[in-house]
Design a binder for this molecule. Structure first.
Ligand code: ATP
Length: 487
């Protein structure tokens, strides 16, 4: 048995240590139960995914599990001794627990042990799979060499004394050699370099971002990485480690299996089997992203800027709220670095030098992201051979013409009673993308406004019911209601 998902089952009692017998387990999800007691030390070398969130577990996270991201343990009263500078995880994610009781600890044990027989079969299958995969495997070191086109320029293996620097509280125990030996695939090329997914042997998959054209020296680079690496927030993707040598600059993050908001929103639109991104999730993505950016804006004496907010840099945390990645890179880059065109649609009009972004330009970029979530359209749409439509200008013109209802994504039309909420989010988005930076709201105010769209708990928790249509509609909502039918 390789995958066990017993989430949302109302299990109580403690987690049986005998789970360690399932040595082939790759994924274990016990989230959203009522499990209590201490987390046992589980020696599961193949375990790549673990979710224990939203139980009543207590005590110290055992060393064997400290390699997993902090969100794995959210909603429990547990702490990791080695998390020197991070606050102990707060009981933030108190998701509503579904009451499908299946009988407590014994049922849990029964199911797990019963699965052992299947585990033997699974193991056999896994061995066959691994053998066939190894032949086609490409390793990160080879990928990096290939990208350079010249073996001499291959990544420095730390000969100059450089090592991977792990952020405080990060319990990964691999080193640069392990990373280079890991099998890897290219996830994409962005403004700041190429991003790889690396599959390490006894750690969950990680993302390696290889920066190109860094324009600052070691000291400045390290200072920025340490600043970013200290941020602990459920809506900010943690920087796990970085590496700096003369020839190579790497950043290491957790791998987000669901992909980015860009992929979730735009991917497979033409495919019949596509599962649309529902309104509740879009709302949570917006709130999460805004909270993450607001947290970033409080760092470094309130001066830190993200500088590259866009849908491909937002991921979903375990509660499906937006989680912001890739911050603080713009200032480290060469002045001549040309931003790729898909960034252009998010850039505030006053930003002429991509390295000189501001908190107000972050607000603009978030506004564009909100419009993207509402319309399902990319910030820059190429129509026909060369006509480029700017999303902000298109939405502004449609709203000006009082055809507001036409801006909304057709995929959202299936959800009842959400029009008022969509119009409220549209108003917030339009306030964020006003031309004059000083007229834009502060990010902390954007968070408040977004949170007011739907009553939420203190943490990252949605309330499942939509607002009823009974309250007084906003002026825009009235426009939307009186508008002509969508063309
Ligand atoms: N931690 C992660 N988990 C999963 N996918 C990721 C992760 N980080 C980046 N990606 C994905 O990898 C791809 C390449 O990312 P990268 O950041 O290099 O480019 P980008 O986001 O398109 O542009 P930019 O460099 O301007 O941020 C994107 O599709 C991105 O969503």
């Amino acid at each position: 048995m390789a995958v066990v998902d017993l989430s949302f089952n109302g299990f109580n009692g403690s987690i049986p240590a005998s789970i360690s017998n399932l040595t082939q387990l790759t994924s274990l999800n016990l989230a959203n139960n009522s499990l209590s007691g201490e987390i046992p030390d589980l020696y599961l070398p193949n375990l790549h995914q673990l979710n224990l969130a939203n139980n009543s577990l207590t005590g110290i996270i055992p060393k064997s599990l400290q390699r997993f991201p902090t969100w794995t343990f959210y909603g429990n009263n547990v702490s990791a001794l080695t998390y020197a500078t991070s606050p102990s995880p707060s009981p933030i994610l108190l998701l509503s627990k579904r009451g499908r009781k299946l009988g407590g600890r014994h049922a849990l044990l029964g199911i797990i042990i019963g699965g052992c027989a299947a585990a033997i079969l699974g193991l056999l299958l896994l061995v066959i799979l691994c053998c066939s995969k190894r032949n086609g495997q490409t390793f990160l070191s080879r990928k990096l060499r290939k990208a350079e086109n010249s073996p001499e320029k291959a990544v420095s293996r730390g000969q100059d004394g450089t090592r991977l620097v792990f952020s405080d509280g990060c319990c990964y125990s691999f080193d640069l050699e392990d990373l280079l030996r890991a099998s890897a695939e290219v996830l994409g090329k962005g403004t700041f370099g190429t991003t790889y997914k690396a599959v390490l042997e006894d750690v969950a998959s990680v993302v390696v971002k290889r920066l190109k054209e860094v324009n600052v020296g070691r000291r400045e680079f390290e200072q920025q990485m340490e600043l970013v690496g200290r941020i602990r927030h459920e809506n900010v993707v943690e920087l796990r480690a970085f590496y700096y040598s003369k020839d190579e600059k790497l950043m290491i993050y957790d791998y987000y299996t669901q992909g980015s908001v860009s992929a979730l929103l735009h991917g497979g639109r033409q495919v019949e089997s596509r599962i649309p991104l529902d309104w509740d999730t879009r709302l949570k993505i917006a709130i999460g992203a805004a909270r993450g950016i607001a947290c970033i804006h409080t760092q470094n004496g309130g001066k830190l800027v993200h500088g590259n907010i866009k849908a491909s840099n937002i991921f979903l945390n375990p509660a499906n709220y937006g989680c912001v990645s890739d911050l603080g890179l713009a200032t480290l880059m060469n002045p001549g670095v040309r931003q790729i065109s898909r960034v252009a649609g998010y850039r505030a009009p006053e930003v002429v030098d991509a390295r000189k972004t501001s908190q107000q330009s972050d607000v603009y970029s978030l506004g564009v992201l909100l419009l993207e979530l509402l319309t399902g359209k990319s910030p820059m749409n190429v129509i026909g051979s060369d006509e480029v439509v700017n999303l902000v200008r298109w939405v502004q013109s449609v709203v000006r013409e009082e055809w507001t209802a036409e801006v909304f994504d057709v995929e959202l039309m299936r959800y009842p009673n959400i029009e008022e909420e969509m119009v409220e989010m549209l108003q917030i988005a339009l306030a964020c993308v006003v031309r004059m930076p000083e007229q834009r709201p502060k990010m902390s105010d954007v968070v408040k406004m977004l949170e007011e769209i739907r009553r939420l708990d203190a943490g990252n928790h949605p309330q499942s019911t939509s607002k009823s249509g009974g309250s007084t509609p906003s002026p825009l909502a009235m426009k939307a209601q009186s508008s002509s039918s969508p063309k």
